[in-house]
Ligand binder design. Structure first.
Ligand SMILES: [Zn+2]
Ligand SMILES: [Zn+2]
Length: 334
């Protein structure tokens, strides 16, 4: 992720990198799927039918050709599902899909194409399974279909364990849509910062990690500079700073209200200051060298500033709103 991703010039485009059509086990035709996503405000889409490339062109949306390949076996016996993005050559894909996971990843992982490990939790992948392979740029931190169908949508633990080993992979939110009608669609997406809406720009920005994932909230700003972190988002209930092991910090409305009620006694804080301005509230909290400023608007958190907190190795930001929808930043390594 670029350090100045949120302040750099460019436009945000929204897309889903995991979806199925009638060409495999999806309910809608490729044309209907394209209409669904373009009418739901998406700028780009990868149709990733199982084991094959669905070749189609469209004027309505930027299409990244792709496929989802079941390949190899993890320690617990299930196969890896690999999203191959911007892979067009179906004949070559047929050749590589029966090889080992690593051989497939080597084929997919080129200058203009990339691989993502889909739904590690659903696939029963262990951390060793993910450490044993290389040449993928990320894992699905959230898969909408796996969430609504069997409550196995979140693979945050897999992601954090890789990051704690300093393996810089991105977290992708996707739909994995089969049924549509907003059941398993429009649930997880990425917002990518690009100079212009073109396939080349979208691919290169994703490969650089210049995006964040969401199932609802908007991350408006995130910056890091020598122990100073600033986050702004749409109104949320929690802002979590996830780092290695026991380091990290969770700022939630629940804790915020308890701090206010007990005037900081609950966490033995050194200082608590609450300021009001135009119906909004800003709390300034100090504990040792750590200084935290939390801004709330109409009772929801809209920004958190941290100073002097000691995170280890890396941190990433996750925000959660009242409907339990989330947004995930990519990691920043320290
Ligand atoms: Zn799958
Ligand atoms: Zn799928």
């Amino acid at each position: 992720m670029k350090k100045d991703l949120f302040s750099s010039s460019g436009i945000w485009v929204k897309g889903n990198l995991h979806t199925h059509t009638k060409n495999s086990d999806g309910l809608l035709s490729p044309e209907e799927v394209i209409s669904y996503y373009s009418s739901h405000g998406y700028d780009f889409l990868a149709i990733t039918d199982h084991e094959k490339v669905t070749a189609i062109k469209s004027e309505k949306i930027v299409l990244l050709p792709g496929s989802e390949i079941s390949v190899g076996k993890g320690l617990l016996g299930d196969s890896y599902h690999i999203l191959a993005i911007n892979v067009e050559d179906n004949e070559l894909l047929q050749k590589y899909k029966n090889e080992s996971v690593q051989t497939l990843l080597n084929f997919v992982n080129k200058e203009k194409s990339f691989a993502i490990v889909a739904h590690p939790y659903w696939s029963k992948l262990t951390h060793s399974d993910l450490l044993n392979i290389e040449g993928y740029i990320g894992v699905e931190v959230y898969n909408g279909g796996c969430d609504v169908e069997v409550a196995k949508g979140f693979s945050t633990v897999h992601w954090d364990n890789l990051l704690s080993q300093r393996i810089n992979v991105y977290g992708f939110a996707t739909d994995d849509a089969h049924h549509y009608s907003d059941l398993d669609s429009a649930r997880g997406w990425i917002n990518v910062k690009v100079k212009e809406k073109s396939i080349e720009e979208i691919l290169s920005s994703i490969k650089k990690g210049n995006f964040y994932s969401s199932s609802g909230p908007v991350i408006e700003y995130l910056s890091y500079d020598v122990n100073k972190i600033e986050v702004r988002s749409s109104p949320v209930e929690r802002v979590d700073f996830i780092s290695e092991g026991g380091s990290g910090l969770s700022v939630s409305l629940e804790i915020y209200n308890k701090i206010k009620r007990t005037k900081g006694k609950i966490l033995a804080l050194d200082k608590v200051e609450i300021n009001h301005e135009n119906g909004n509230e800003t709390a300034y909290v100090e504990l040792g060298n750590s200084k935290i400023t939390i801004r709330t608007e109409r009772g929801d958190i809209t920004s958190v500033n941290l100073e002097g907190v000691n995170f280890k190795n890396y941190f990433r930001v996750e925000v959660t709103d009242h409907s339990n929808k989330k947004a995930w930043s990519n990691p920043i390594f320290l």
